[in-house]
Design a protein around this ligand. Structure first.
Ligand code: HEC
Length: 171
């Protein structure tokens, strides 16, 4: 009985887990991105020349545990690229369950824009909307000779599939 009480106490402590949701699935709302610029963040080098050059910063709402083999449900990762055309903001959120079964399993993709300082969801889903690719949005490509075929799932699966589809935060 004592052990159960102690365990119960520990479980109570875990309620303070910074990850939102706390269940098997988490559906991010626009307000969940509101404070992303205050999250743990790091400047990252550009690893891929297939899309726009610019200063990249990756923000995460909570880093995975040291022994984690995947990112827990509720993990939100935002990447900003500052370039001559402005600031592009993309995100991936661990939604969990069987979401995105044909792509980055469990992850939902986002593009955000800023309204003043407030992040606004431009689109979300298992893939970008038709006609919109990563940095290959018509009229936005810096280099018309560069084409990226596929979508978010393609690169993240091919290059980072072994790290739960995330390039810059090692598990
Ligand atoms: C051409 C390959 C490619 C495509 C397509 C791509 N990404 Fe990425 N993504 C990368 C690489 C490489 C990084 C690591 C940082 C960098 O080089 O920009 C990255 C990093 C990220 C990160 C930071 C977390 C991480 O994996 O390090 C997010 C969030 C992200 N991408 C979202 C998206 C979204 C949303 C889409 C689709 C609209 C997308 N990406 C499409 C290659 C790609």
């Amino acid at each position: 009985m004592l052990a159960m009480l102690v365990l119960g106490g520990l479980a109570g402590c875990l309620d303070n887990d910074p990850l939102p949701g706390g269940g098997d699935t988490f559906i991010a709302m626009q307000a969940d991105f509101a404070e992303f610029s205050t999250w743990s963040n790091t400047d990252v080098a550009q690893q891929d020349t297939g899309h726009v050059a610019g200063d990249r910063t990756v923000y995460v709402n909570a880093l995975p545990a040291a022994d984690a083999t995947s990112f827990p449900v509720g993990t939100m990762i935002v990447k900003t690229i500052d370039w001559s055309g402005g600031t592009d903001i993309h995100a991936m959120v661990k939604r969990g369950g069987d979401y995105n079964p044909d792509g980055a399993l469990g992850w939902e993709w986002f593009e955000l824009t800023l309204s003043g300082d407030t992040p606004v969801i431009k689109w979300r889903g298992e893939a970008p909307p038709a006609g919109e690719q990563y940095q290959q949005i018509p009229g936005m490509s810096q280099d018309s000779g560069v084409t990226v075929t596929g979508d978010c799932n393609t690169c993240h699966g091919a290059e980072a599939g072994a790290n739960d589809y995330v390039h810059t935060i090692p598990l």
